[in-house]
Design a protein around this ligand. Structure first.
Ligand SMILES: [Zn+2]
Length: 252
């Protein structure tokens, strides 16, 4: 019963994340009723039920009949599933930390899709991600643990900052640099390096595949943020098998 509630709650948050993904990168107000992307008709409350409305409307706008992007219900379902999985699997020993992880996951979903769609990682989401990571670190009011986390943040940020500086912001945006800082704070040095490593490998693989299909020229930009997000999620959810694998290969 609780998980059904959590799923519905996640779907509603996902619906809100959709609003953030489309409005924050374009500097639009997040207040005010959503409207159709095509005809700009304001949507009614009964058009805005997460997941259900899309199927009820058969994926079309009620007012102009244009096809709605399946990305919207996809993000709602994704957030709903992520909330349930996070609650079950996140390495949290108290309820506040679990809420922190829900914040982390929500922020990462917005980073993933707004970077993918608009090549922008909005600052307000960077802040939300950092604050959520602070809540996850909640119990670590201990100064030494906090100092360790801050050091990890700087260490994980350093290589991304270096790439950003060397490529003059073309290979790596400053948004990726800020993202790497919070990733280091959240995951520590070992987890942070693992997340970067996975991000680079996935990015390279997808880049090569797109190149193979000649979808993107060498010069066209593939945002790096989504790959970093995937790296973080893999480290968060598969930490113990991943760390066991690292130990076996590298002995650390
Ligand atoms: Zn419409």
């Amino acid at each position: 019963m609780f998980y059904i509630f959590l799923f519905i709650f996640g779907a509603c948050i996902g619906s809100f994340l959709n609003v953030l993904i489309d409005r924050l990168p374009n500097d639009e107000s997040i207040m005010g009723r959503s409207h159709c992307d095509y005809c700009s008709h304001k949507l009614n409350w009964f058009d805005l039920f997460p997941i259900l409305s899309f199927f009820w409307l058969k994926g079309k706008c009620r007012y102009c009949g244009k096809k709605l992007s399946p990305i919207y219900p996809l993000i709602e379902v994704l957030t709903a599933i992520a909330f349930v999985l996070t609650w079950i699997f996140a390495p949290a020993d108290n309820i506040l930390v679990k809420y922190g992880y829900l914040g982390v996951i929500s922020s990462l979903i917005v980073v993933f899709f707004s970077d993918l769609k608009y090549q922008i990682i909005p600052d307000s989401i960077q802040i939300a991600f950092f604050v959520s990571s602070l809540i996850v670190a909640g119990n670590a009011i201990d100064v030494t643990i906090f100092a360790k986390k801050a050091a990890a943040a700087l260490i994980i940020m350093a290589p991304i900052y270096f790439l950003h500086a060397v490529t003059k912001g073309k290979g790596m945006g400053f948004g990726d640099v800020k993202l790497a800082f919070t990733i280091g704070f959240l995951l520590g040095i070992k987890g942070g390096i693992a997340a970067l490593y996975i991000g680079f490998i996935l990015g390279a693989a997808v880049g090569l595949i797109l190149l193979g299909f000649k979808k993107k020229g060498l010069r066209s930009k593939i945002p790096f943020g989504p790959f970093l997000v995937l790296g973080v999620l893999i480290v968060l959810f598969f930490q113990s098998p991943l760390f066991a694998l690292i130990k076996r290969i590298y002995g650390i």
